[in-house]
Ligand binder design. Structure first.
Ligand code: ATP
Length: 354
């Protein structure tokens, strides 16, 4: 990692839509909390020109040098023939695991309260292999790739995560009754590997049932991990984000052996709400806190997430997406004020872990 004179440089890919304005808020909050992190900007935007490739390679080099990146979502235009760059970044940097921790925040209106579910999703193969072709007009073949190596990697990651973070149960979500070979391999590997982790409970659940259970009785997954192949993981994680308050609230981590990218969980651009001072910056703040914890800067992360938690709960600063009337800038200012107040007191406040 790029650490000079006690400061860490991280790559920032602001992306499209609300991304650039949200990162300017993260920068302000980092400055207020005197976080020893510098941003190296790598502006990848929706773009069909040749410069696209040059910018992309520069972004990859920057992340490889710094080890970590904070990222907004890059718009994928339908007419763009290339593999989406959000996807290409994850496969080039071998970010095999996507982790989304869905926790209810008190006072934030949602369909269910007291949820605490971790979603772990395979992030680089399956339906996202980018292998589609048309052997004859009117016929398209889309390949879903399942490899033993990558399945073992994500299943091992999920069980190790459960041990490290005291999660009691792993639920493997699949459709092995229909996709007998691909999902069958996923289920077989998960079922075999559970034997090595006797302290963790294990169950498997077919994806359609898992979707229904998650919406109707999500509490049954509390304290556990839902372990999923790529596409089911995308859909189920988004459902879970919806259950705890929506796209403005939850962050997502993309972890590989060497590099990591931190972003919002639902990977939206929020183009329609950009520049209006109405987007909820919470998911971006939490992504930046996830990154600080990954860098071992836990105290700074806790400092910022406590300030955010107090603003959202005790102070009730709610943006429109969660039923309030506050502007983006109101929440940013509340977080900054809370950090300043705490810095004046010069004592650490309780870590609420959001
Ligand atoms: P586009 O269609 O260009 O992708 P969009 O704004 O129409 O952009 P998405 O980016 O897919 O839609 O976002 C989905 C929904 O989530 C939209 O209604 C958007 O306003 C909302 N949303 C996304 N991020 C946030 C946020 N940070 N705060 C509040 N609402 C958000």
């Amino acid at each position: 990692m790029a650490r000079y004179g006690g400061r860490q440089t991280v790559t920032v890919l602001p992306g499209d839509g609300i991304g650039p304005e949200m990162f300017s808020h993260v920068q302000k909050v980092f400055d207020t909390a005197t976080v020893p992190v510098d941003f190296e900007m790598a502006p990848l935007r929706a773009d069909l020109t040749i410069k696209r490739d040059e910018d992309f390679e520069n972004a990859i080099i920057s992340i490889q040098r710094n080890g970590v990146a904070l990222k907004g979502n890059i718009e994928t235009k339908l007419e763009d023939p290339h593999i989406p760059r959000n996807m290409e970044l994850r496969s080039r940097l071998k970010l095999f695991a996507n982790i989304v921790h869905c926790v209810s925040i008190p006072t934030v209106p949602s369909r269910h309260n007291d949820l605490d579910i971790v979603m772990i999703r395979e992030n680089t193969e399956g339906e996202y292999s980018g292998l589609e072709h048309s052997p004859q007009p009117g016929v398209v073949e889309s390949l879903k790739i399942a490899t033993k190596v990558k399945i073992e990697q994500i299943v091992r990651f999920a069980f190790d995560y459960a041990v490290k973070y005291n999660r009691t149960k792993v639920t493997a979500v699949h459709k092995a009754n229909i996709q007998k070979l691909g999902d069958g391999l996923f289920l077989k590997i998960a079922t075999e590997m559970k034997e090595q982790y006797p302290q963790i409970q294990f169950q498997s659940m077919i994806v359609d049932n898992a979707s229904m259970q998650l919406v109707s009785r999500p509490q049954q997954f509390n304290g556990g991990i839902m372990l999923m192949p790529n596409l089911y993981g995308n859909i189920i994680s988004n459902i879970a984000c919806g259950l705890v308050g929506g796209p403005g609230l939850v962050s997502g981590m993309n972890i590989g052996e060497k590099y990591a990218i931190f972003e919002t969980a639902t990977r939206n651009t929020g183009t329609a709400i950009s520049g209006k001072n109405i987007a909820n910056p919470t998911a971006f703040f939490r992504a930046s806190c996830d990154m600080l914890r990954y860098l071992g800067l836990d105290n700074y992360a806790n400092f910022i997430s406590d300030a955010l938690f107090i603003a959202l709960t005790e102070q009730g600063v709610h943006t429109k997406d969660i039923g309030g009337t506050a502007k983006t800038s109101d929440l940013v200012e509340a977080v900054i004020k809370n950090i300043n107040a705490e810095m004046k007191k010069q004592k650490h406040i309780k870590f609420y872990g959001i």
